[in-house]
Design a protein around this ligand. Structure first.
Ligand SMILES: [Zn+2]
Length: 302
């Protein structure tokens, strides 16, 4: 790998260029050695720059021991060692990047593909990694999506509906004014009144206006939770009250099909949480740097 300064020359706009800002000149062939990546993407910083970025996110301006916080640390081969507690550590010890088996550049490239919702197949081709490896990385990234508002209930005008997969159902609701959605996977397709009631009680603020179709599972929901319940009767071609949530289900299926091609039932909750987060917090997915700034931190140890 070239030095930081040389790499900087071909990398101007910097960390976090996204697909929308990319032009056709972005990709330059720099190296055809087997050990090095074939292409240098302008939107991917150099190994050295990414290490610097990760170090800054995790330690700020002063490197310190993640265990005892001492600043009396020194470099020892490829790792660091603390003079006070004598523990060795790497830059990513105590983070979800610990024991990373790939280069920082490749990691950033995977993260770039993932934040831009590239399909698995496309990511495999670009990174030269196997489907299993990419799926494992996408799983890991998904597990570390930040969500500061996951407990905040929906309020105001809330549209609610359900949709079905082979072995599962999804209940979803959308706060129309704040453009926020909440989705929940039910591990069977036999949705009953209790599933709906549990969702509403947990995720919809009292005194909201709840818009649903005329399905029997919603009948008398206002007697269980104080909502102003309004219904569309689809058999009478009424769709106005639930059109946004139905549109959302369409987007959700496209997202799953395009990015993951297929999903197993066990992965469905995680992938829906990813879709939900893409919708509620598009700012996290703007570029890999922003994602890392919000999701990477040192886990305290005792
Ligand atoms: Zn220490």
């Amino acid at each position: 790998m070239k030095s930081c300064q040389v790499a900087k020359a071909g990398y101007t706009k910097g960390v976090g260029t996204d697909l929308k800002n990319m032009d056709n000149e972005s990709v330059n062939v720099i190296n055809k050695n087997k050990s090095a990546p074939m292409y240098k993407f302008r939107q991917i910083p150099s190994e050295c720059q990414i290490k610097k970025l990760v170090k800054k996110i995790l330690f700020g301006t002063h490197l310190h021991c993640p265990r005892c916080k001492s600043r009396r640390v020194y470099k020892s081969e490829n790792r660091y060692r603390c003079r006070d507690c004598r523990r060795p550590f790497s830059m990513t010890s105590n983070t979800w990047l610990n024991n990373m088996k790939i280069s920082y550049e490749k990691f950033y490239l995977i993260l770039w593909c993932w934040t831009n919702n590239l399909p698995i197949l496309q990511t495999m081709k670009i990174t030269d990694l196997s489907e299993i490896t990419i799926r494992e990385w996408f799983d890991k990234l998904r597990e570390h999506i930040p969500d500061k508002h996951w407990l905040t209930p929906l309020k105001g005008t809330v549209q609610m509906d359900e949709t079905f997969f082979k072995k599962a159902a999804v209940i979803a609701a959308k706060d129309v004014e704040r453009k926020r959605v909440v989705m929940r996977v039910v591990p069977h397709t036999n949705i009953g009144k209790n599933n709906i009631a549990q969702f509403v009680v947990r995720r919809v603020e009292p005194n909201s206006k709840l818009c649903t179709d005329g399905g029997s599972v919603y009948k008398k929901i206002e007697q269980i939770w104080p909502v102003d319940h309004q219904t569309d009767i689809h058999s009478k071609f009424e769709f106005g009250l639930t059109s946004e949530i139905e549109g959302l289900f369409g987007n959700m299926r496209t997202f799953i099909r395009r990015k993951y091609h297929h999903v197993t039932s066990s992965k469905l909750p995680g992938i829906l949480a990813e879709f939900e987060s893409n919708f509620n917090h598009p700012e996290y997915f703007e570029n890999p740097t922003i994602f890392l700034e919000n999701s990477l931190f040192l886990v305290p140890t005792c």
